[in-house]
Design a protein. Sequence first.
Length: 649
Amino acid sequence: MCNKCKGNFYITTPIYYPSAKLHIGHSYCTVATDAMARFKRLQGYNVMFLTGTDEHGQKIEDKAKEAGVTPKQYVDNIVEGPGGVLDLWKLMNISNDRFIRTTDDYHVEAIQKIFKKMYDNGDIYKGTYKGKYCKPCESFWTESQLIDGKCPDCGREVQDAEEEAYFFRLSKYADRVRDLLENTDYLEPRSRVNEMVNNFIKPGLEDLCVSRTSFTWGVPVDFDPGHVVYVWIDALFNYMTALGFENQAHNDLAEFWPADVHFVGKEIVRFHSIIWPAMLMSLDLPLPKKVFGHGWLNFNGEKMSKSRGNVVDPYVLAEHFGVDALRFFLLRTFPFGSDGNFTNEMLISTINVDLANDLGNLVSRTIAMAQKYFGEHLPAEQLSNPEMDDELVNLVATLRDRYEEQMEHFAFQNALAEIFKVISRANKYIDENAPWALAKDEANKPRLAKVLYNLLESIRVCAGLLLPFMPATSEEIMKRLGNPASDWDSLIGFGLLNPEVAAVAGPALFPRIDMEKELAVLEELSAQAKEPEEDPLPEPLPEITFDAFEKVEMTVVKVLACEAVKKSKKLLKFTLNDGSKEPRQILSGIAEFYKPEELVGKTLVAVTNLAPRKMMGQISSGMLLSAERGEKLNLIMLDDSVPAGSRLV
Ligand code: ME8
């Protein structure tokens, strides 16, 4: 640790599973972690901020096979390729100190040693795995853990699985883990403790299957070829291998372990609050000080996913609205511990109200007035008026304490609310003091100078505290104020700014967005981004004999006339030439797919030996053949050269 530092602070994000490009929901946790890491640096801590990618497992192996590349090529592209994870974090201004890939050699070797250690101490043993496996989640479940027979995490189908496997004695640590959860602040928010204890510990913790033999893309168990280490063991230990645990690649364990906090999404709290501490207990290692389970972001009330065509692509959003605005929106709008609903309207209105109106206007109005009334810099002669000034001055002077209190509890939304209370108060202070009126009389100049100074000093403190959220904006505002002090010590109290401050104007920090226009653009992008979802294949029918098939008479027919059936939205009435002398009448429920006039003259296929039946009071003698999948329907149409009455065989 450096002499001047307040202490060490180690913070992590979940390492991302690169099975698909990241969406804005994924960025949420990393942006929050970045804000926390920057806050701690601002306070004067020596920070280690780790993020990375979790690259093993069957899902990756399957995806690579589908794409016709090796698993390593597949993950390399998503992690390091253009528009990949590393590019995204660069774009989002993520200030991680380290990036781990679980395919890094040092990590793989360390995981092998860790697995062997737990095998040697008796906490990993060999047995047979019988149970259920959720492939997308890479999770094993017992029958009793399933919800309605499906994966309790994602609700998808699970498969039967049976194989020789290694097990970790999770059951042995049940009491110690329960004590950790119930009697310490290890897991937050507190509501997640009850969820873990009631859903997983009380029903009885079973030993955990920690190796697989049905695929190969994982860390091999070096003393038993054919087995690969369960992906969650591999993944969880990244938090320590990245610091040098069981490897020589790094050497920061003594400085940074145990971690101060792991930020994780709510669905992986179970892994971090039950399995992770149990494994650390098994190896007699210090436990992380805290796990914080944040909520999920939905989009327009639905789960985020690329296939839904939501504009949740962080690249698109950042290009349209700017990185800082996006970072700000994520942390200003949603309480970190709860779920939130992302909408484009909310994003635009937050930018317009908080950033364009409140912050942006405060900065541009104040600097414009300072330049207009005083030119290069404010004069040293300034006149206070406690009655007018004290409320704003006190609010600014004590802002850092209120902000810090919220930040220490990861309450980003509340910390920002404190800053924006000051920004609103400062805007009101402009109206109360009406600098434009003061400027009319030369005698008021010292008072006018003080009013503008108070505003510029308020802006400096707010911009300094906004740094963890909007690093580029904070820097830009400081630049306009002539780069005054903005370290932690300078952000408490009032009056540190040089009275003769030389403020420089610049373009609008956040231009106002035309809501209607921008929503239309996003709508268009959303439609383009939509990856069509395949309709599921229909259920197969039971087998029939050839005899049964031969009994179906399929005849080529020509449409002589076609009209809608009155009072029916679905039915069309066809008059058909089936090759016989008499025209045949068939009613078909396809009105939503075809206009009657476009079918006249077409050559179709009908089942002609179906018993006639009455529909809407009219006789239908047979059925027209069509192809159906999902919502789509196409009549079977033949080349018009095929004569009516031909039989399909
Ligand atoms: O879980 N809103 O990786 P992952 C908020 N590899 N957070 C979301 C989200 C949303 N809509 N969608 C995803 C893994 N996340 C493991 C972690 S750590 C040892 C291993 C969050 O790529 C999710 O909650 O599936 C998780 O915290 C993170 O993105 C990574 O998810």
